[in-house]
Design a protein around this ligand. Structure first.
Ligand code: NAP
Length: 315
């Protein structure tokens, strides 16, 4: 076999990619993992994880990802820095170029590119990003200790951010567009039962106020969607936590993608529309989106890839 051709290439290093690497490594398929722009995936910027099995006291996102990474390396995975800029899956071996132009070839590819933050799409939000507007409380929350902040969204991410910021000592107001949270009951109860967290139900953020060069964020204008009434909430930070978009742009026109942008996999497998290319984790999952389900689908992808290599006579 051509030594330059990897048996299994994994794109992405969140729970899906690293679990695929652990399984592919143990199957002696010497996987190479291209880390991607967010090494460790979303969990690397997540605080407490209470629902990953095996941790009765809970664990921290970065710790869990360091352990998964070490476990993958222990079984022979090679993890390299960089992002993938272009792929060619028409012929085998498949070709993958990193953003800096380096070409790598592989007999099978596992896509675990995950998803990225969604933004509200306001001009003022974009211009104040990094100056008070953030999508990551773990990364930026400590700058706002003791100061008023607004968290936008009503899912588990938004409530997790709100609780984290509250623990840091910020005065938290959640702005949610409906009158009920989408988040799990346990998280909703924790927030609703906390008298120190203020909730603006049925409200949307229309504008972020502030100045990039001097004050940073100074407030937001919100509109009540039921009454149309507008109000300014003074704050120093705005944390946008309204979900994520799957990272599939480099696969447009190459693999089947559904109307929401997710890679299509054959039900019950990780097989994409091109034989030899597999997908796992949030890039193909618009339903469960949990670390443990991503890890599970990573294991499936490595097993599907191994089966594929056997069919191709590549051992
Ligand atoms: P999500 O569940 O899709 O929730 C997104 C929230 O943002 C929803 O409340 C939605 O409002 C709101 N939203 C979306 N677009 C908006 C817009 N343009 N303007 C204003 N609000 C907008 O996303 P997520 O919270 O990131 O969670 C994703 C998945 O990860 C979920 O399955 C969640 O359970 C999981 N997760 C789990 C944990 C944990 O277990 N520790 C932590 C974080 C995330 P509507 O409700 O009106 O649609």
């Amino acid at each position: 076999m051509d030594a330059d051709i990897h048996k299994v290439m994994i794109i992405g290093s969140g729970p899906a990619g690293l679990t695929a690497a652990i399984y592919a490594g143990r199957a002696q398929n010497s996987p190479i993992v291209i880390e991607g722009p967010e090494p460790g995936g979303q969990l690397f910027s997540t605080t407490d994880i209470e629902n990953f099995p095996g941790f009765p006291e809970g664990t921290r996102g970065p710790e869990l990802m360091e352990k998964m990474r070490a476990q993958a390396v222990r079984f022979g995975a090679r993890i390299v820095r960089g992002s993938v800029g272009k792929v060619d899956f028409v012929e085998r071996p498949f070709r993958v170029w990193t953003a800096d132009g380096e070409l790598r070839r592989a007999h099978s590819v596992i896509i675990a590119t995950g998803s990225s933050y969604k933004w509200l799409g306001l001009a003022s939000e974009q211009s104040l990003r990094g100056h008070g507007v953030s999508a990551c409380a773990v990364c930026d929350g400590p700058f706002f200790r003791g100061r008023p902040v607004v968290v936008v969204g009503g899912g588990d991410s938004a409530l997790e951010e709100a609780l984290f910021l509250h623990r840091l000592g910020s005065q938290v107001t959640i702005v949610h567009r409906r009158a009920q949270f989408r988040a799990s009951k346990i998280m909703s109860d924790r927030v609703v039962d906390n008298p120190e967290i203020r909730i603006k139900w049925n409200c949307v953020v229309e504008e972020v106020f502030g100045d990039v060069g001097t004050t940073g964020v100074t407030g937001v204008r919100v509109r009540d969607v039921a009454t149309g009434q507008e109000e300014t909430l003074p704050c120093s930070g705005v944390f946008v936590a309204i979900g994520r978009n799957p990272n599939t742009s480099i696969f447009q026109g190459i693999l089947d993608i559904d109307k929401n942008g997710y890679l299509v996999t054959e039900p019950g497998t990780t097989r994409t529309s091109v034989e030899g290319i597999f997908a796992c984790g949030e890039v193909q999952d618009n339903t469960y989106r949990q670390a443990v389900t991503s890890a599970g689908s990573g294991a499936m992808a490595a097993m599907d890839a191994r089966h594929w290599l056997e069919i191709c006579g590549i051992f």
